[in-house]
Design a protein around this ligand. Structure first.
Ligand code: PLP
Length: 495
């Protein structure tokens, strides 16, 4: 057996490697069986085979130099054009493919910051004003690109109030953003009204349709009632839409489209002085995986309108059954209710801890997403869940019954950590402790830490120990300290 972290002296034969990898996969979540809810979008066996072949055909090609592999550049252009048409973009709509939703959002933020630098150079502290429920990638963008992140609270229906957002716009605002739909509760922000605000304030308006971009158009075609949200809405200047979500492409494929080139021009990075030559790049990557672009193009062409309509119909039907099933389970309530195929549920019984329900579902091999503010469980449904939704509902009902029958479990559930899980209490997951997890995960040993143990070992953060000992009151106190620190920090920066 070769040692971990050591390149073996002689290469390991192909068959052995592949069988080893298949074995390694055994402990992973069963996405093909519909056990995961937002990590994988499965278009069926035949579709998957096509993706593998399309990706494989371009596995070595690099879109860094679009002149070198003209066929790939052509595919990117066509993915963008097909997407723009699907989003009802005018003829002038332009865009690029990116590696994913996060990159599309980062780029939109960078583009609008550059635009402001060009048009309003006096702005010293640019800011983005966004619905509080926008994807965390916006906060990441703000941190990366030096923008102040202004979050506008949402109402009881989880939609942002356009008047509240308008009030938060100041002389340093360089962009506004909202979602169609937002991830946590699956509702669409009031895009038409926000478009009016954008026009009135002469600001760019980014609609994050990373998750909705490739399903809302088909839901609309199926007659599902939806508020307007795409380029048909005046004031919308850009949209992110991920092909690797409901577009059923392989991972590494999103699109960022702009109403016209006057917005997109600020996206490009150009250097004329580098000793390696003149360098121009449309997005954040250097080398760009040809396979991801080719597979996205193939996915769209293979699905066709009929395929997408069929997938959307399946997802919608599954959502309808899920919503109905949840309504029949005492102690649960729907957040939203959802506009599309993303659903969040919470407990309406103070004695029922939804995180305990989640842990019990984990034990049954399901992987629902845990969320906070309010404590809830999220599912992103696709037609791949159609076959298993009744089993899921039965296990959900069972988990709720068990959680109620064992009130001593209350407060013991794992906390929500987007894309991961952790046992420590939500607000106790202070930045410092999360950083520790990240450091250990990306340490030379590359360990996957036992998140269940966070906050329980001697070396763990003293704050977590405090929380472990005093529970809720300690968390509240820490929250207040954290808020005060943020406020003081803001005040000092303003000086
Ligand atoms: C609304 C929304 N925006 C952005 C993203 C980020 O996309 P990615 O994970 O591809 O970076 C997601 C992911 O689920 C999302 O739901």
């Amino acid at each position: 057996m070769d040692k971990f972290g050591v390149i073996p002296r002689a290469g390991i034969p192909r068959e052995e490697l592949l069988s080893r990898m298949k074995e390694m996969k055994q402990g992973d979540l069963d996405w093909e069986g519909g056990r995961t809810f937002s990590l994988v979008y499965h278009g069926g066996e035949e579709h998957l085979r096509l993706l593998r072949e399309a990706y494989g055909l371009y596995i070595a090609e690099n879109l860094l130099n679009p002149m070198a592999f003209k066929s790939l550049k052509g595919m990117e252009a066509e993915v963008v054009r097909m997407t723009a048409n699907m989003l009802n973009g005018p003829a002038d709509t332009v865009g690029t493919m990116t590696s994913g939703g996060t990159e599309s959002i980062l780029l939109a933020a960078k583009t609008y910051r550059e635009r402001a630098r060009r048009k309003r150079p006096w702005i010293r502290r640019p800011e983005m004003v966004v619905a509080a429920t926008v994807h965390v990638a916006f906060e990441k963008a703000a941190e990366y690109f030096g923008l102040r992140f202004v979050k506008v609270p949402v109402g009881d229906d989880f939609r942002v109030d356009p008047r509240a957002l308008r009030r938060r716009i100041g002389r340093n605002t360089v962009m506004i953003a909202a979602s169609a739909p937002q991830f946590p509760q699956g509702v669409i922000d009031p895009i038409t009204e926000l478009g009016q605000v954008a026009l009135e304030k002469k600001l760019p308006f980014h609609v994050d349709a990373c998750i909705g971009g490739f399903i809302l158009p088909w839901l609309e075609r199926l007659g599902h009632p939806l508020p307007p949200w795409d380029f048909r809405v005046p004031g919308v200047t850009s949209i992110s839409a991920d092909v690797h979500k409901y577009g059923y492409a392989s991972k590494g494929a999103s699109t960022l489209t702009f109403r016209d080139m006057s917005y997109m021009r600020d996206q490009f990075f150009i250097s004329t002085d580098w000793t390696g030559g003149i360098y121009a790049s449309p997005n954040m990557q250097g080398t760009r995986a040809g396979g991801a672009v080719a597979a996205a193009w193939a996915a769209m062409k293979f699905m066709g309108e009929e395929g997408y309509l069929e997938m959307a119909r399946g997802a919608l039907e599954t959502t309808r059954r899920y919503v109905e099933g949840v309504r029949a389970i005492e102690g649960l309530r729907l957040l939203g209710p959802p506009d599309a195929t993303l659903v969040a549920i919470a407990s309406e019984d103070p004695e029922l801890d939804i995180y305990v329900v989640a842990d019990l579902l984990d034990e049954k091999g399901w992987a629902p997403d845990r969320q906070q503010y309010p404590a809830s469980l999220h599912v992103t449904l696709t037609s791949n869940h159609e076959a298993v939704i009744d089993d899921y509902l039965a296990d959900l009902a069972g988990a709720v019954a068990q959680a109620r029958a064992q009130p001593e479990l209350k407060g013991q559930g794992k906390a929500p950590m987007y894309g991961m899980m952790a046992k420590a209490p939500v607000r106790g997951m202070v930045r410092m402790s999360v950083r520790k997890i990240m450091e250990s995960m990306y340490s030379p040993a590359g360990e996957v830490p036992d998140l269940g143990q966070v906050g329980q070992s001697e070396d763990d953060d003293p704050l977590l120990k405090l929380i472990g000992k005093y529970g809720e009151p300690a968390m509240k106190l820490l929250d207040q300290v954290q808020d005060a620190r943020t406020a003081v920090g803001r005040f000092l920066k303003r000086e």
